[in-house]
Structures are given as C-alpha cells and as structure tokens.
Write a protein that binds this ligand. Structure first.
Ligand SMILES: Nc1nc2c(ncn2[C@@H]2O[C@H](COP(=O)(O)OP(=O)(O)O)[C@@H](O)[C@H]2O)c(=O)[nH]1
Ligand SMILES: [Mg+2]
Length: 301
C-alpha cells in the first residue's frame, strides 16, 4: 500500500465524520456569514480539534477572508487549509540522528502504544540500513521486555534487558555500553509510563536523562511522547503533564485508524507547540507514518 493510501485508510473514520460536517458545510456554501463561521467552529470542535484551537483557527480565517476579500467556497477552504497547516508546523518534524549512537527516549502512559511504535520505528530505521538497539527500560513487568524482544526479532534489531524490577537507568547504562561495543547507530529506550505516580516517574526519567548526559554528553537525542488519539482531549491533558516532566521534542499520535476524531493532531501541536513526528495507523509493522502537515490537512478537509 502506498503512502497516501495508508494515510487515507488510517484517517477514513475521521474523514467520514468530517465530510458530513465540514464537507457539507462547503458543499452548501452560501457565503461567509456568521452562520458559516459558527457551523465551521462547531464541526472543528466535533472533530476534536479542541475549543481553543478551533476558535483561534476560525478567528484567523475571518481575518484572512476580510483582508484577501475571499468569496468563493474554494478560496475559503484553501485559506482554512493554510491556517491549519501552519498550526501544525511548530518545529523540526525529523528525528535527530546525527551522532552515533543517537538516543530516542519513548515516553507516555500505559497502553498508548509505546512498545508497538518502537517496534515499527526500529523496523523503518533498520530498513534504512541503521543498526538499532532497543533498550527495555520498562522493567515494571517482565512481559514488557518480552514484547520488545518480539518486535526486535521482526526487524533484526538488538535488545538489552535486565530482570523485572531492575532500575530503568541501569538498563539504559547497559544499553549505552552495548551500543558502543556493537557499533549501534540508534538506541531506542522503552519506558514505563506510570503518570499516576508522578514523583516516581519524574525521578525515573530524570535519572535516565542524567545517565545519557553523562555517558553520551553530546549525543543527538529525541524525547518522543506517545499519545493515543482515541483518548481525545484526555490525551492533551497527559501531554501537558509529560511536557512539564520531560523535554519532549516530538509527539507520536497512535491509533488514528480507530478514531473519528483525528483533529486531535491539530489540537496537540497547537496547544503544546511540539511537532507531531509520526502517526500510528494500525497494529502492523508498517503502520507508522512520518507526519506530513500538508498531506494530513488535505486529506482531512
Ligand atoms: N489500531 C491501532 N492499535 C495500536 C496502534 N499502536 C498501538 N496499538 C495497540 O495498542 C495496544 C497497546 O500497545 P503497546 O505498544 O503495548 O502500548 P504501551 O503500553 O504504551 O507500550 C496494543 O494492542 C497495540 O497493538 C495503532 O496505531 N493503531
Ligand atoms: Mg510497553
């Protein structure tokens, strides 16, 4: 399946929902009046773009329509697309892999899709010829490391693990040593996301961060926050908490295939000012796509 087809399939539920509202809005377009703006705002909120972001986008659209003297449905639609794309362009969309090894720390609450995303990402990087090492720093359950190993086997990546309950930072320490010995290009660190125990989580992530800074002082580093798109605005609340705890450099939004509320992508980028770097559109190994604001918005509207 091609890139566009995959995005289409992943966004089909969102598209269906939005074409009812937004598509209908532009199809029955009778000019830009108050009713139009109200209905537009309403359908954006329904798609989980979020109240604040929807209001902001509609406000910007009003200004654009006025200053450019737009009248036709198509012109207004294009202007709306431009506004949403701009909201999504909030930083570097690519991973920073400039050093050998580079480190990608993957964080987020339980069940959002961290381990699955790591498996998919490892597969992509391995296919690009990079040597990937997966670090099982979610030591909370033994099954977590088993799951990571299964994914590693699928793509030919290496894994480093310890026993259940081990200190996550010490697994990271081992992984860095192994990466040096084996000449790995990228270390991807899986973590346990126990947000309900915030002090503990802060401690854990802080300690991991210090080990990385000490052992690999100038390494290229990404902190990817994984969010489940089906949790909607709740995900946004989690994201704010994690942003406070860790220096998040990118968002991965998973399970877009399972929701009609894909607009959450826009809400997250706009509210956090952190770029969405990848989207998950299924459970398979190929179901992770680099995020492209243009393609996403054109598919949505
Ligand atoms: N439909 C769908 N399911 C996903 C996606 N990403 C992860 N999952 C599923 O979400 C569940 C939890 O994933 P897991 O990686 O174990 O989450 P973790 O606890 O954050 O490590 C699993 O059943 C995955 O198959 C996605 O993009 N789409
Ligand atoms: Mg996991």
């Amino acid at each position: 399946m091609g890139f566009l087809e995959k995005i289409r399939k992943g966004l089909s539920k969102t598209k269906q929902a939005m074409s009812h509202s937004l598509g209908g809005l532009f199809a029955s377009f009778r000019g830009v009046d108050e009713e139009f703006y109200d209905e537009l705002e309403e359908s954006m909120i329904l798609a989980d773009i979020g109240v604040e972001t929807s209001m902001k986008a509609v406000e910007q659209l009003r200004e654009t329509v006025k200053s450019r003297k737009l009248r036709e449905a198509e012109e207004v639609q294009t202007a709306l697309r431009e506004i949403l794309v701009e909201m999504l362009q909030v930083g570097d969309p690519f991973l920073n892999l400039d050093t050998k090894p580079a480190v990608i720390l993957v964080i987020g609450v339980n069940g959002v899709g961290k381990t699955t995303t790591i498996g998919k990402l490892a597969n992509q990087l391995q296919a690009e010829g990079k040597k990937v090492l997966l670090c099982a720093a979610d030591t909370f359950r033994a099954a977590a490391a088993d799951q990571l190993e299964i994914w590693a086997n699928r793509s030919g990546a290496d894994t480093v693990r310890q026993h259940e309950g081990a200190d996550p930072a010490s697994v990271v320490y081992d992984a860095i040593a192994a990466a040096r010995a084996r000449g790995s290009d990228v270390i991807i660190v899986d973590t346990a996301g126990r947000l309900h125990n915030k002090a503990n989580l802060m401690n854990e992530l802080g300690k991991i961060g210090r080990i990385i800074d000490r052992e690999l002082p100038d390494c290229a580093k990404d902190v990817l926050l994984v969010l489940d798109a089906t949790t909607g605005q709740n995900g946004l609340i989690q994201a704010r908490e994690f942003k406070k705890i860790a220096g998040v450099t990118g968002i991965v939004l998973t399970k877009l295939d399972g929701t009609a509320k894909g607009g959450i992508v826009i809400a997250v980028a706009d509210a956090l000012h952190v770029p969405v770097k990848y989207i998950g559109v299924g459970e398979g190994i190929d179901d992770l796509m680099p995020f492209e604001p243009d393609t996403f918005v054109s598919e949505l509207i």
